[in-house]
Design a protein around this ligand. Structure first.
Ligand SMILES: [Zn+2]
Length: 143
């Protein structure tokens, strides 16, 4: 569990790089993005399916292997960087920046500066603060 938390910074960095080539490929009836596509190695790509329920966001990441989809192993223990990139893309489209934290308390503290709190977790996971990632979204410019 410790290592999962320790590499959050690394995943955030990878997520921010992946955002450049990401595209929203599906939306729901409210016009909210539900599927974000990200390029992966060797010309393949990953798709992240996003679910929303209040301040909980679930993510399911799958790798397109041409003849179907493979489960992304990055989300076995926690939220993978593809899913984090998808969250950044969705927030940016709505005019928000995202700050990720490894625990709820840090995220709640950040909301003292403004912004809105979200918990993000892989869709196959039951509630478990050890595998979730927390995010605060700020209006661009607001800090
Ligand atoms: Zn992934």
């Amino acid at each position: 569990m410790g290592t999962v938390k320790q590499n959050l910074g690394k995943r955030v960095k990878k997520a921010r790089m992946a955002v450049t080539f990401a595209a929203i490929v599906k939306r729901n009836r409210l016009n909210q993005p539900t599927v974000v596509r990200l390029p992966a190695t060797k010309g393949t790509h990953n798709e992240v399916i996003i679910g929303r329920s209040g301040n909980l966001m679930t993510t399911e990441c799958r790798k397109d292997i041409g003849r179907g989809f493979d489960y992304c192993k990055g989300q076995v223990q926690t939220v993978c960087y593809h899913a984090m990139a998808a969250i950044i893309v969705v927030a940016a489209e709505a005019g928000y920046d995202v700050r990720f934290t490894a625990n709820k308390e840090d995220a709640i503290n950040l909301t003292n500066l403004g912004g809105k709190f979200f918990e993000i977790r892989p869709s196959h996971k039951r509630y478990d603060p050890a595998t979730a990632v927390f995010a605060v979204v700020f209006s661009k410019g607001e800090k």
